[in-house]
Write a new protein. Structure first.
Length: 119
């Protein structure tokens, strides 16, 4: 196994981390194809393997998500941290934008009027 403490290149760190996840969840995996790519990234982001038993997909979810990205959708997050974690270098070529409306005045007004949180 790769010694993560000695890797300095971010892409190598990511590849090694994903390899660890793949080793921890051997075939046959509970998810395949695009669904595995989503769950794998969720585990990588959270370091929480329990997501394997908690995650469910609608049969058309991944196809719909890819279609939305290809159509140049706007991704909306409920935290600035999540917004910052979405790489613009991958979104901009698709015509996608990434927004967090937590600080948006209109979102705040609507939340107050509806007795809701901004999230």
């Amino acid at each position: 196994m790769t010694d993560l403490l000695n890797i300095r290149d971010p892409q190598e760190i990511e590849a090694a981390s994903l390899a660890i996840i793949d080793a921890e969840v051997p075939e046959p995996r509970p998810f395949q194809g695009a669904e595995w790519q989503v769950v794998r990234r969720m585990i990588h982001t959270s370091a929480d393997f329990e997501l394997l038993s908690l995650t469910r997909f609608h049969p058309g979810a991944c196809a719909a998500g890819l279609a939305a990205l290809r159509a140049g959708c706007v991704l909306v997050t409920d935290t600035e941290m999540a917004r910052c974690g979405i790489p613009l270098r991958r979104m901009e070529p698709l015509g996608c934008a990434v927004r967090c409306l937590m600080g948006d005045e209109e979102a705040g007004r609507l939340a107050r009027e509806g007795g809701l949180t901004r999230a």
